[in-house]
Design a protein around this ligand. Structure first.
Ligand SMILES: Nc1ncnc2c1ncn2[C@@H]1O[C@H](COP(=O)(O)OP(=O)(O)OP(=O)(O)O)[C@@H](O)[C@H]1O
Length: 326
């Protein structure tokens, strides 16, 4: 196993602040703290070469988990091992084996040209010159950085910056990559480029990836396995398919018709919405098979086209959050 998290718990203590000058003075003498449970006995294992989505609503504990796994934070109890090392102990040696990208923060030097940041990282990670030159060349090509490699970081667009962040996190050829919201704020084209790169890195180089995101398209295109966390606890861990089935095994039929009635009553099928000459229907294949549903619909509508798909993952996740009240 590349990553083993065993009953990780983390509580943040923040000073309570009360309104008013007197209360402010009192709290300087006698501090009261509020405890926020960020992680409560979180356990999971991730094997070599897996690409795992780590999702949950705001405040669920995703970033705290990534910070512990990457050695930035120490858990209050529990243990984790990444590549047989305990991340928060001997952090200097540990970080040589991992790459980390926080979508909302940068590891690049803001005022320096991108290439200068790369050179600095080469020294920080003590990368052998030959390895550095080879990897830098590959990453520049893969991520298409050539045209802005000499531009100061602060002048880059968000998408360009994220591509540089990815390159920076991989210069030392880590075998594990932690990505905390790598597509946040990016436009559609940049998102596609970033996703494509992550996929390639995982498939062709076998890099193990943990990805936190609120973008369900990231999950749908990249992850076979999804871990769901809510209020600091693991709520579900399995394939994307089993996550869908856990919530519902309904499938979606999109029917374009030339003409037909506006009535709809078929057991096992519900009309989600109606657009101009299009019906969007969810159905339970255990109650009505797709063939029977299409036959039933064809008695009422002159069918032009039919498409059967899974309900969007956003809806599945929203349903799961609702079911689990998180
Ligand atoms: N440094 C901190 N001090 C105090 N509380 C914190 C700190 N960092 C996180 N928390 C709290 O811990 C809980 C978990 O936060 P965390 O950032 O891990 O969640 P998240 O799942 O990454 O959320 P988001 O999707 O909003 O980024 C939240 O209630 C958050 O407010």
């Amino acid at each position: 196993m590349d990553i083993v998290a065993n009953e990780l718990s983390k509580v943040y203590k923040i000073p309570k602040r009360k309104a008013g000058i007197m209360n402010g003075l009192k709290s300087m003498v006698h501090r009261e703290y509020e405890e926020i449970v960020a992680l409560n006995k979180v356990s999971f294992e991730i094997g070599k070469g897996e690409l795992v989505g780590y999702i949950g609503p705001n405040g669920a504990g995703k970033s705290t988990s990534i910070k512990i796994l990457s050695g930035i934070l120490t858990p209050d109890s529990g243990e984790c091992k990444v590549l047989d090392k305990i991340p928060y102990k001997d952090r200097i040696n540990y970080v040589k084996n991992i790459g980390v990208v926080f979508g909302q923060r940068t590891q690049l030097w803001w005022d320096l040209p991108v290439i200068d940041s790369f050179e600095l990282l080469k020294d920080i990670y003590k990368i052998r010159f030959g390895d550095y030159v080879k990897m830098k060349k590959e990453l520049i090509k893969w991520l298409n950085l050539e045209s802005f490699i000499n531009t100061p970081v602060r002048q880059l667009s968000l998408g360009q910056k994220m591509r540089c962040e990815l390159a920076a996190s991989l210069l030392h050829s880590p075998s594990i990559l932690f990505l905390d919201e790598p597509t946040i704020g990016l436009d559609a084209i940049s998102k596609l480029a970033v996703r494509e790169f992550i996929k390639k890195l995982n498939k062709e180089r076998g890099v193990t990836v943990i990805l936190t995101t609120h973008d369900m398209d990231d999950i749908e295109t990249l992850c076979d396995r999804v871990i769901v966390i809510g209020k600091g606890e693991i709520l579900s861990d399995g394939s994307l398919k089993s996550l869908r089935n856990r919530v519902s095994n309904e499938r979606r039929l999109i029917l374009d018709f030339e003409q037909g009635k506006n009535t709809f009553s078929i057991e096992g099928a519900t009309l989600v919405r109606e657009e101009k000459n299009r019906l969007i229907i969810d159905f339970n294949p255990d109650i009505i098979t797709p063939a029977n549903l299409i036959t039933a619909l064809s008695t009422k509508y002159k069918i032009k086209d039919i498409l059967i798909e899974n309900p969007p993952i956003e809806e599945v996740i929203a349903q799961l959050y609702e079911e689990l009240k998180i």
